[in-house]
Every structure is written in C-alpha cells, then in structure tokens.
Design a protein around this ligand. Structure first.
Ligand code: ZN
Length: 44
C-alpha cells in the first residue's frame, strides 16, 4: 500500500531538512544557503 509522505528536501551538504522558504537552489540541488553550497564546492 503506497504511503504518502510529505516531500522533505534535505540540504545536499549537511543533510538538514529544509523549509520551503529558506532553501537555496543551486546546481540542481537544494542547500541551506550559500554557505552550505560553497562548502560542498570546496570538497569537489
Ligand atoms: Zn546545509
């Protein structure tokens, strides 16, 4: 039986669940903010 889950988007860097208003979209992923996005850029 399929379960309906609310779609939770997690930060692609730190994994925190993001709220609609606060998420930061970049490079096809969602992040907390610029800081998390830049962090992941550094590790690449
Ligand atoms: Zn984050």
């Amino acid at each position: 039986m399929p379960q309906q889950r609310p779609k939770v988007i997690n930060c692609a860097s730190c994994g925190k669940p993001l709220k609609k208003l606060k998420r930061y979209y970049r490079d096809d992923k969602y992040w907390c903010d610029k800081t998390c996005w830049r962090k992941s850029k550094k590790t690449e």
